[in-house]
Design a protein around this ligand. Structure first.
Ligand code: UAG
Ligand code: ATP
Ligand code: API
Ligand code: MG
Length: 490
């Protein structure tokens, strides 16, 4: 494709060279640049891509998009054989998404694309919409924390929202595979880093805003602003569906051009729900006056189901058909996954790794237990993530558990015992009487199973679907569900 065709969507501030040049690919990582590529220099959180312009040229880049033309452009760059074209823009991260979209002939224009953002619930809602629309006979794409799918074909991921080069290539593959719909999680990092630039959304869903990722956003205001930008940028042709019961829910839609819709368990809303009954096998609820039995547990999942219902109806699906499919859906991998023990207690594996998620899951367990049985919680905190949440998570878990076992999650490059110390800092003497600190996660889970009696619940929280434990850059195989099943077999 010729450069001049690609650069249409860009607001260019300066162009040096002839844009008739043929482009053979687009990259924002100089290490992956090949002959004839367009290299986009992006300012990152750890390094500035501008430092790699020369190495991209050395690898044969035919064009460069950047925010600052390198000072040495007269001598080295112009002197180099290929005389790469230099294009200066205001925001190269934004330009990258637009260029990639153009490169793949704007795949999101040929998909009905819905993004889900918020602190918790994104994977659940996006995955349930993916499952629902496939059950309704459509070919569907999914981008999620657990896995990416192109209508049933699984493509592993290590991101919630992929980098732009990966993201747009997946969108193009979805269109090639005949997908009509695509559902994706939109993380606050991805909005802040403009990974979703160039995508045209048909709908946006907001779940909730509580504490998470403050290691990255630094303040709750920045975190809120990052999420809100997703809705600010939605076009008038899209819908914006928000949780009216969340304190940030209406703020999210304040400046959106999209059609505003709400869901709620408490107040008047476009999609109103009411929980009738909840137990470990599922929840019976009213949705806009219609009764539905689902396989999901807990008030927080009632919100997720309402969001799924609201999005499906907003996309033109018949409400009755949506409810029938809703009642047939299963929980998402690692989200409130129950495993019955041979000795009569229930083990629950869940991905709760923020204070709010932990509180929601534990409250849901107590709602079902209704005082009959104890709750033993096994939880840790990830290394190189928000440190401030550690004592709060420990406190929430201690408040809502009869026995608490603090352990390792993904220590990454931190010392596991230091992470546990940060958690213990949130506990008082009374909490500590019901708390054990067992750094080895296998031993921590084993201890919980030794303490549990018939009718009790063990909650193993924080890793959910994860089948690894990340230590010093190495992902060792580790799966909470396997650990429990091993113990139950022995
Ligand atoms: C902190 C963070 O989010 N970093 C993301 C970011 O990388 P970065 O800004 O740190 O990049 P950098 O290393 O500073 O490099 C800057 C630029 O120079 C380029 N470069 C760099 C080196 C070189 O030799 N040549 C070169 O061209 C890089 O390609 C890049 O374009 O942009 C990259 C490309 O999109 C992401 O892969 C990377 O995710 C890192 C690995 C990460 O772990 N991110 C996590 C925190 C994350 O994104 N999490 C969210 C939410 C998780 C959840 O709660 O579910 C997610 O969406 O997954
Ligand atoms: N609507 C909700 N409100 C509060 N907590 C929730 C909600 N939905 C799920 N949770 C809790 O949060 C955990 C994560 O859920 P889920 O994976 O759907 O969220 P997510 O937004 O995708 O998270 P992440 O940002 O880590 O990808 C669940 O295991 C559960 O404990
Ligand atoms: N995928 C998210 C959550 C990880 C949850 C927990 N297992 C941890 O390691 O903190 C992240 O990378 O921030
Ligand atoms: Mg997720």
């Amino acid at each position: 494709m010729e450069l001049k065709e690609l650069i249409h969507p860009l607001e260019m501030l300066e162009v040096i060279g002839n844009t008739d040049v043929e482009i053979s690919g687009i990259q924002s990582d100089s290490r992956k640049v090949e002959e004839g590529f367009l290299f986009v220099a992006v300012r990152g959180t750890t390094v500035d891509g501008h430092a790699y312009i020369q190495s991209a040229i050395d690898k044969g880049a035919a064009a460069i998009v950047c925010e600052e033309i390198p000072a040495y452009s007269d001598e080295n760059i112009q002197a180099s054989e290929g005389k790469p074209v230099l294009i200066r823009v205001k925001d190269s991260a934004d330009a990258l998404g637009k260029l990639l979209s153009a490169w793949y002939e704007n795949p999101s224009d040929n998909l009905i694309l819905v993004g889900v953002t918020g602190t918790n619930g994104k994977t659940t809602i996006a995955t349930l919409l993916y499952e629902m629309f496939r059950k309704m006979g459509h070919k569907v794409g999914l981008l999620s924390t657990v896995c990416n799918y192109i209508d049933g074909e699984a493509i592993p991921t290590d991101h919630t929202t992929p980098d732009p080069v990966t993201l747009h290539s997946l969108m193009a593959r979805m269109v090639e595979a005949g997908c009509e719909y695509a559902f994706m999680e939109v993380s606050s990092h991805s909005i802040d880093q403009k990974r979703i630039s160039g995508l045209s959304f048909n709908g946006g869903i907001f779940t909730n805003l509580t504490r998470d990722h403050l290691d990255y956003h630094k303040t709750v205001e920045n975190y809120l602003k990052a999420k809100k930008k997703f809705f600010d940028d939605l076009p008038a042709s899209a819908f914006a569906l928000t949780n009216a019961d969340d304190k940030a829910g209406l703020v999210m839609l304040q400046n959106t051009a999209a059609k505003k819709l709400t869901y709620s368990l408490r107040t008047l809303a476009d999609f109103k729900g009411k929980i009738l009954e909840s137990h470990f096998e599922g929840t019976e609820m009213l949705v806009n006056g219609r009764e539905v039995m689902t396989r999901f547990v807990g008030r927080f999942n009632a919100y997720n189901l309402l969001a799924v219902y609201g999005a499906a109806v907003s996309l033109g699906k018949d409400p009755e058909e949506v409810l029938v499919v809703l009642s047939d859906l299963h929980s998402v991998s690692g989200r409130f996954q129950t495993i019955q023990s041979p000795s009569g207690y229930t083990a629950i594996v869940d991905y709760a790794h923020t204070p709010d998620a932990l509180t929601n899951v534990l409250n849901s367990i107590h709602e079902v237990l209704d005082g009959n049985g104890r709750v033993i919680t096994v939880v840790g905190c990830g290394g190189n993530r928000d440190k401030g949440k550690r004592p709060i998570m420990a406190k929430e878990a201690a408040k809502l558990s009869d026995q608490l076992i603090l352990t390792s999650d993904n220590p990454r490059f931190e010392e596991p015992d230091e992470i546990i110390k940060d958690m213990v800092a949130g506990l008082n003497a009374a909490d500590m009487e019901r708390t054990l600190c067992i750094t080895d996660r296998t031993q921590a889970i084993k201890t919980a199973t030794m303490l549990a009696k018939k009718g009790d619940v063990i909650l193993v929280a924080g890793k959910g679907h994860e089948d690894y434990q990340e230590v010093k850059g190495v992902k060792h195989h580790f799966d909470d569900r396997e650990q429990l099943k091993e113990i139950f077999k022995s």
